[in-house]
Design a protein around this ligand. Structure first.
Ligand SMILES: [Fe+2]
Length: 473
């Protein structure tokens, strides 16, 4: 067992320097008999290097937490992804250049340096493999059991140039194919689209030039298309960044006049469809599907507010403070008519939230239930797990105690039925008063009943961004 971090505090974003491997002793309640498999969670694990603080929530070194769930026990293991920057900064005690973090040494030390691959955003389980994802570079392949890092993966050279392989791949539940994209900049801004076969072969699907280089975090998959909703959060001030004078996040600007470009990339390789619409500020997509001549994309839209990206980003920089509007997005349905080339949008719920999830067996088809992380107090940390029933127009929520926080709720299907929504929600609770974290298992249809089981770790882990569940086979 490793050591517990010495910098204990009261934020869900406190570092965990230790690496652990043990059977969790404190399990309350009853783990469902049919819930067997491994939950992986990932996020930044440490927020200072050599005593120097990390300047942005996106820049902590990636740490994977692994919860192996069986009816009688939960086994926990966590490991940092051994990226090039983790190894170097651990040795030197100096932070790397990230999205919003500068290297020590001023402009000269930062000029012409791209952000380092922190491998901290999401994980993909595929066959026997586990990948730690970061949207500006290659995935890191890890051992799904030991969490040992094998290295940055190019899939036999199929990942070109920058090698970006974004952090929100989508799995077609019918074919098992994984679809993903990566941004590239040279010779011009473009999106490279990929398909990863169930056998592990990566192939290029399309390369789509984009008119303006911007922030593209997620995309949507239908039975026919990869759908990109390219909002007006774009690169506006690249020169000071390239010269090392300013960090990368400073180059982005929300420019509502530019509107949003929706790009539908056919999975069959035919020509992409482009549609212009009004400005939209979003990070995460829930799902998408085709209905006749319409393509529907469901996502969480945010109000950029008066301060635009700069004000939003100030909360991502001050991550130990209030998260601001991060958990107050509006679940929104965007309907794209491919014949008329027009869009319409409508709010699906008046509940604020983020990190939308669904029963992944419904990916590419209409879904009934959406699962959200929410903040019960506007501007606060997430402390609610909510199931929204779009058919009945109802919702049910689980609220944590006191100052406890939760993270993205992942849906795991009950293997005994194909009925949508029959299964469980897995999330990780952080309890600042005791500085411990716990795996919570909730009924997906009735989260308000409270956890069916709670497996409390001997220590905390920082709040995680995303995760995946691999059922036992
Ligand atoms: Fe994300």
């Amino acid at each position: 067992m490793g050591r517990v971090g010495s910098d204990l505090g009261t934020s869900p974003w406190d570092s965990q320097h230790g690496e652990f491997d043990y059977v969790v002793r404190d399990v309350q309640g009853r783990i469902p008999e049919a819930l067997r498999g491994v939950l992986y969670r990932i996020g930044p694990g440490r927020f200072e290097v050599g005593g120097h603080p990390i300047g942005h929530i996106f820049d902590g070194d990636g740490m994977v937490s692994r919860f192996e769930i069986a009816p009688s026990a939960v086994r926990f293991r966590n490991r940092y992804v051994r990226t090039r920057t983790f190894e170097r900064s651990s040795r030197d005690g100096k932070p790397s250049r990230g999205f919003g973090t500068q290297r020590l040494g001023g402009a000269l030390a930062n000029a012409l340096r791209f952000p380092e691959n922190m491998a901290n955003t999401n994980v993909l389980t595929h066959g026997e493999s586990l990948y730690a994802l970061w949207e500006g570079g290659r995935p890191h392949r890890m051992d799904a059991e030991t969490l040992a890092t094998y290295g940055a993966e190019s899939f036999g050279g199929a990942l070109k140039r920058l090698g970006a392989f974004s952090a929100h791949p989508k799995v077609d539940p019918t074919t098992g194919d994984v679809f993903n994209f990566g941004l590239d900049f040279f010779p011009r801004p473009m999106i490279r689209c990929y398909r990863l076969s169930p056998g592990g072969q990566l192939s290029g699907l399309a390369t789509i030039p984009i008119p303006k280089l911007g922030f593209v975090h997620d995309f949507a998959l239908t039975e026919r298309f990869l759908a990109f909703v390219l909002g007006p959060l774009v690169v506006k001030r690249p020169i000071p960044v390239a010269l090392g004078l300013r960090p990368f996040d400073d180059a982005l600007s929300y420019q509502p006049d530019l509107g949003t470009t929706i790009v539908l990339v056919p999975r069959d390789g035919s020509a992409a469809i482009r549609i212009e619409d009004g400005p939209l500020f979003h990070f995460h997509v829930t799902n998408a599907y085709d209905l006749g001549s319409e393509t529907v994309v469901e996502l969480v839209a945010h109000d950029p507010g008066d301060g635009g990206w700069a004000k939003w980003n100030s909360h991502l920089r001050d991550y130990r403070g209030e998260p601001g509007p991060a958990f107050g997005g509006t679940l929104t349905r965007l309907v794209v008519n491919r014949d008329t080339r027009r869009c319409s949008s409508e709010p699906l719920s008046d509940l604020g939230g983020e990190f939308p999830q669904l029963d992944h067996r419904r990916t590419t088809t209409p879904h009934r239930f959406t699962y959200l992380a929410q903040a019960s107090r506007p501007g606060g940390n997430p402390d609610l797990i909510t199931t929204i029933d779009h058919t009945l127009g109802t919702h049910r929520s689980f609220l944590t105690d006191g100052d406890d926080t939760i993270c993205e709720p992942l849906f795991v299907a009950d293997p005994g039925t194909s009925e949508e929504g029959a299964g469980w929600l897995l999330t990780v609770r952080h309890r600042p008063t005791a500085q411990v974290s716990a795996l919570l298992i909730l009924r997906a249809d009735r989260p308000d009943d409270g956890p069916l089981a709670t497996a409390t770790l001997d220590h905390h882990i920082p709040m995680t961004f995303h995760g995946a569940f691999a059922p036992s086979t």
